[in-house]
Design a protein around this ligand. Structure first.
Ligand SMILES: O=C(O)C1=C[C@@H](OP(=O)(O)O)[C@@H](O)[C@H](O)C1
Ligand SMILES: C=C(OP(=O)(O)O)C(=O)O
Length: 421
């Protein structure tokens, strides 16, 4: 067992300017679209991390040519084929986006992933693919796809209330199905809707005709996906622990390159930090967050932006007054059961956190140091780092798990504490 990472305490208010690597969600969408396109593509300023490296490795093993050009990736599409073994790691975007693409491939393609990945919900998308003509053995990881070189496609009704990635995954490959694709959602509201908008916007940017005019119905016409240049925005969800560092230490942090318009749900952190009392300014240098004298608790529905929950829970535990985080029952199927993990870890440090049916109630209490379990979840690990800025002796058991989406998080955190980039 490796030594825990003792989160550094900030002796003074954090004042720093930070640059954040590219968006995981945009990078992995761009890679899928590029591999299915009618001509080569460039993916500029991509995220290079475990989740995106797994996507690159998987697409290469299926026949796509992906080469490095400096930090960028150049993708030359090819007819996808097996036999191949795909390692999904713990990446939702790999396990839900790749099978729909591999379904137009030829041959046997086996999928597996980390131990906990085998528990993440997959049945919905595998059943949908079967309904569209695919031959798949298994209902969760590991499973095997027996590719026939094409997929009839057509209409499918799914319950996407457990993850928006079921819809995004199908839509990204839908134009390459013989009849195109119509996805209807039937069930409780779909979470993380901005991520579906991201999918639709990127499909349209690649020349695909998408009809999303009716709620819960998405249609993509069959046809070519155009090769193009993708320029990846900084990952705004990954930016949130750094902005939180300003908020909890009475400091001021600027994240460079914050887009003025985006489909990334991480952009919602601006409004949430304002509700907690921060001053938030979006300008030419980026997004700057200045802390208030004291953070206020919040009552927020995070259904659309569930990814932000661990950061907001850490902020809420250090605020004045109770916070209620709602609309996030689906977080039980994320990298770990995030509601249980946050409640357990925060209560272990002396907090008062109650798990509800669809979220958390957090009542701030003085916290003390102690173990902080990451449960292989990058955002649990960064939540521990936020708390550790002001609580002495928070020991994150597995800081290396941040490499899922943020290579060298400990180095970035240390540089932030030193004020630099
Ligand atoms: O499509 C995407 O890139 C993502 C969609 C969301 O998944 P859920 O809808 O399962 O929450 C989000 O939480 C995840 O980090 C990335
Ligand atoms: C839910 C997340 O990841 P994944 O893409 O693995 O679903 C996340 O990054 O918060």
């Amino acid at each position: 067992m490796t030594q825990p990472w003792v989160a550094p305490v900030s002796a003074s208010p954090v004042r720093a300017t930070v640059s954040i690597p590219g968006s995981k969600s945009i990078t992995n969408r761009a890679l899928i679209l590029a591999a299915l396109a009618d001509s080569p593509s460039a993916v500029r300023t991509p995220l290079r991390s475990r989740d995106t490296n797994l996507m690159v490795a998987a697409l290469r093993s299926l026949g796509a040519q992906i080469t490095d050009e400096g930090e960028d990736w150049l993708v030359t599409p090819a007819a996808l084929h097996g036999p191949a073994d795909v390692d999904c790691g713990l990446a939702g975007t790999v396990m839900r986006f790749l099978p729909p693409a591999a379904a137009i491939g030829q041959g046997e393609i086996r999928f597996d992933g980390d131990e906990y990945a085998r528990e993440r919900p997959m049945g919905t998308i595998l059943d949908a693919l079967r309904g569209l003509g695919a031959d798949i053995t298994g209902d969760r990881l590991p499973f095997t796809l027996h590719g026939k070189g094409s997929l009839p496609g057509g209409e499918v009704t799914i319950d996407a209330s457990a993850s928006s990635q079921f819809v995004s995954g199908l839509l990204l490959s839908g134009p390459r199905y013989d009849k195109g694709l119509t996805v209807r959602h039937d069930g409780k509201p779909v979470p993380s809707m901005p991520h579906i908008e991201m999918t639709v916007q990127m499909l349209r940017a690649a020349g695909v005709e998408v009809n999303d005019s009716e709620p819960d119905i998405w249609q993509v016409r069959p046809g070519a996906i155009q090769g193009r240049e993708w320029v990846v925005e900084p990952d705004l969800s990954n930016a949130t622990p750094f902005l939180a560092a300003a908020a909890v230490t009475g400091g001021r942090v600027t994240v460079t390159g914050w887009p003025s318009e985006t489909t990334q749900p991480g952009d919602d952190i601006r409004g949430i930090l304002e509700q907690m009392g921060c001053t938030v300014e979006l300008g030419a240098e980026g997004l700057t967050v200045t802390a208030p004298a004291e953070l206020s608790g919040v009552d927020v529905d995070l259904h659309d932006v569930g990814e932000l929950t661990p950061t907001i829970a850490a902020l809420a535990a250090l605020a004045r007054g109770q916070s209620v985080l709602r609309g996030i029952a689906h977080l039980r199927g994320h990298e770990t059961d995030r509601l249980a993990a946050l409640a357990e870890d925060l209560n272990g440090l002396g907090g008062d956190v109650e798990e509800t049916e669809d979220g958390l109630v957090i009542r701030p209490k003085p916290l003390h140091g102690g173990p902080w379990k990451a449960y292989a979840d990058h955002r649990m690990a960064t939540a521990g780092a936020i708390l550790g800025l002001v609580v002495d002796g928070v020991e994150v058991d597995d800081i290396a798990t941040t490499s899922k989406t943020l290579p060298d998080f400990p180095g970035m955190w240390a540089r932030m504490l030193g004020g630099g980039q």
